[in-house]
Design a protein around this ligand. Structure first.
Ligand SMILES: [Zn+2]
Length: 333
């Protein structure tokens, strides 16, 4: 099992003090669909995988720890990106048609981080799928950009027919945190409480020990550090796999070249680094297809070791596949 050697520990750590560079404006999201098609279909064995773009946020360069400004500028330039202090960062989720199960991995930010995010439901519909058709939602971790979208603007389950699967350690960590005020110290806990609430009330929350098999061909993979219960999901069909890895990487330009660079909102930065340093050589060696929540949309591709630099990696996005079937099995509204 991928990364099974990792010890899954709950580690005391800092609160999520700074979330994203964009303040949590809680702006009312308009209902107009995005101006671009933020979905991409890939075929993985018998699985249909739809990458769904929720939008983007900007990560301040100062959030990256363990390097300096000029190194970050060099790394961005090396990746042919603008060397600016606000780094545009995609927020992606993945919908996987797996036999009769329609599985969503992560749910987007809804209106938790302002108007550049919250496009997942519109993009899901543009891809031909209704939120009502989702049978399972798996959450990599309970930060707001992955979990706020579990709930709609009316405070109800955004995926009313789905069972919500969240790693037990992640639920315990966030539900035990104080969410009693609106200070930034409590903002992340408030988001997690709000995201889980309707599913708990409806008895639709299912917790599991990270590392468990969820379904035949769908395994959870512990990857702690970014949060205590942070978990990826490995889908396998025949000889084909996709590893939807959550927040192992927040900036491919920076953290693949420098896996030892953490980000301010890692709960336990050292554990997050260990997880990343152990995961990268394995996914490179196994040539695993990756789905990354913060890799450039559609966030699908592979990780390659840079042979000339020990411990450094490079993102290799998939090529646009013009042969993937155009018809979906989804149920459109
Ligand atoms: Zn994230």
């Amino acid at each position: 099992m991928l990364l099974s050697k990792l010890t899954h520990r709950i580690l005391g750590a800092a609160f999520l003090s700074l979330v994203f560079a964009i303040p949590a404006a809680h702006a009312q999201k308009t209902q107009t669909p995005p101006k671009y098609p933020g979905y991409y279909r890939a075929i993985v064995g018998n699985l249909t995988v739809i990458a769904l773009n929720d939008g983007y946020t900007q990560l301040g360069a100062q959030l990256f720890r363990g390097t300096n400004t000029s190194d970050i500028q060099d790394l961005l330039t090396n990746a042919y990106l603008p060397a600016q202090s606000a780094i545009n960062t995609s927020v992606n989720a993945y919908l996987v048609q797996m036999g009769r199960n329609l599985v969503l991995v992560d749910a987007g930010a809804a209106d938790c981080f302002g108007p550049t995010l919250g496009n997942l439901p519109a993009n899901m519909r543009m891809a031909g799928y209704s939120p009502d058709a989702v049978t399972m939602v798996l959450i990599t971790h309970l930060h707001g950009d992955h979990a706020c979208g579990l709930v709609n603007a009316q405070g109800q389950m955004a995926f009313p027919k789905a069972t919500l699967w969240v790693p037990k350690d992640e639920v315990q960590y966030w539900l035990s945190r104080d969410n009693s005020s609106d200070t930034s110290k409590h903002a992340a806990a408030k988001m997690a409480h709000a995201a889980l609430g309707p599913y708990i009330a409806a008895k639709k929350l299912k917790t599991f020990a990270s590392g468990e098999t969820i379904l035949p061909g769908l395994n959870s993979v512990p990857s702690p550090g970014h949060t205590p219960g942070h978990t990826g999901y490995l889908f396998t069909s025949g000889n084909h796999s996709i590893y939807i890895w959550g927040d192992i990487i927040h900036s491919q330009a920076i953290q693949l070249a420098r896996p030892e660079v953490s980000i301010d909102f890692d709960t336990d930065p050292q554990q997050a680094i260990t997880t990343r340093v152990e995961a990268l050589p394995e996914v490179a060696r196994r040539r695993l297809l990756i789905g990354g929540a913060h890799l450039p949309f559609p966030g699908l591709g592979h990780v390659r070791a840079i042979s000339a630099q020990n411990g450094a990696y490079q993102w290799v996005p998939i090529e646009y596949d013009q042969t993937a079937p155009g018809k979906t099995d989804g149920v459109a509204d």
